[in-house]
Design a protein around this ligand. Structure first.
Ligand code: DGL
Length: 261
């Protein structure tokens, strides 16, 4: 059986990319709900329906666990989906706790989609871990569209980042939490505009660790000799050469982003 990694689009490839390194003996299915990306500007009710449909499609493909590699889908739907489905559903959460633990002596900026920023899940997390009130939130929805269009370091992207983040007094900040999996593609462009003392943090490692413990707990770890990875877009298996190549380009970019902190 396979592990499914799900996102509204290509953001979750950043989680798949890490999972492929950590689980060399597992088969994977990557599911992008490309017909409906972006999720971040939709309502909770719309996302609940879309995530439910995506899970039904993935279950048909013999998956043993689903990583919801999307902060927005996790925020809007994970609780309801866990009540409905019995297979392990591993969610994604902005790495606020890690940021507070490591860099909690000065301010922390969380960047995410509008739905994640407004969502109760993130607000509850901040109430729980941000005792000194150091965390600020900004929604950067355009980055999702840039990533879907393979624009990462173009002038347009840098101008958008400067417009949204350029006015911040970075001396007061220690770190930025990438609270949307699509934002992992912009580590180099963020580094272009941020002072070097500001650290970039994402939640991918935490999600992978959780995936490991869920698989172990449920005795679902496997040991395939030859690993397979399949890609789906909103229920359709990707087979066209240009579509597979697009996925490979994203994974190549993520490899380059990996060591940028
Ligand atoms: N990649 C998703 C996340 O982690 C959401 C992007 C979107 O569809 O708006 O939040």
């Amino acid at each position: 059986m396979k592990i499914a990694v799900f996102d509204s689009g290509i953001g979750g490839l950043s989680v798949l990319h890490l999972a492929l390194k950590k689980f060399p003996k597992e088969n994977f299915l990557y599911y992008a709900d490309s017909d409906n990306v972006p999720y971040g500007m939709k309502t909770k009710e719309q996302i609940l329906k879309l995530v439910d449909q995506a899970i039904q499609n993935m279950i048909k493909e013999d998956v043993k666990a689903i990583v919801v590699a999307c902060n927005t889908a996790t925020s809007a739907a994970i609780q309801e989906m866990r009540e409905k489905y019995s297979l392990p559903l591993i969610g994604m959460e902005p790495a606020v706790k890690k940021a507070v633990d490591f860099y909690g002596s000065s301010r922390i900026l969380v960047i995410a989609t509008p739905l994640t920023v407004k969502g109760k899940k993130l607000q509850d997390l901040i109430t729980r871990v941000d005792r000194e009130h150091l965390v600020d939130l900004i929604a950067l929805p355009d980055l999702v569209n840039f990533a879907e269009n393979e624009k990462f370091i173009e002038k347009e992207v840098l101008n958008y980042l400067l417009k949204e983040l350029g006015g911040i007094d970075w001396e007061k900040y220690s770190s930025i939490v990438l609270g949307c999996t699509h934002f992992n593609y912009f580590k180099d462009s963020l580094r272009e505009i941020l002072p070097s003392h500001v650290n970039l943090l994402d939640g991918n490692e935490g999600t992978i660790n959780k995936l490991y413990s869920e698989l172990e707990k449920n005795k679902l770890l496997e040991n395939f000799d030859k690993r397979e990875v399949e890609f789906y877009c909103s229920g359709r298996k990707i087979s066209e050469k240009n579509e597979v190549e697009r996925m490979e380009r994203y994974l190549n970019r993520l490899e380059k982003m990996l060591d940028i902190k």
